[in-house]
Write a new protein. Structure first.
Length: 119
């Protein structure tokens, strides 16, 4: 079992920055990758960023490219999402997720943290 706890959400003005954190605990050794997703009101959850724990390869969705960065602190088993130049359309609940060995898709999820960007 993997437990994920997000933090760092909040209210920010357009053009501002926030950093989200996701601390993983439990069977850390089983994690192959971690990622961030978001869900805006009335919309489906969408992929934001992915980071392989095996290769450290990372990528983000096109709509946040150049503005968001995913990274991790191995010692803290924590993944971060640095969000710069925030836009009102970035407003959503952000979820951290983990993909474990033998899983075909993300199979552990955090509780979510609200990010609100005011115009």
């Amino acid at each position: 079992q993997v437990q994920l706890v997000e933090s760092g959400g909040g209210l920010v003005q357009a053009g501002g920055s926030l950093t989200l954190s996701c601390a993983a605990s439990g069977t850390i050794f089983s994690i192959n990758a971690m990622g961030w997703f978001r869900q805006a009101p009335g919309k489906e959850r969408e992929f934001v960023a992915h980071l392989s724990w095996r290769t450290d390869s990372a990528y983000v969705t096109d709509s946040v490219k150049g503005r968001f960065t995913i990274s991790r602190d191995n010692a803290k088993n924590t993944v971060y999402l640095q969000m710069n130049s925030l836009k009102p359309e970035d407003t959503a609940v952000y979820y951290c997720a983990a993909l474990t060995q033998s899983a075909l898709k993300y199979n552990y999820w955090g509780q979510g943290t609200q990010v609100t960007v005011s115009s």
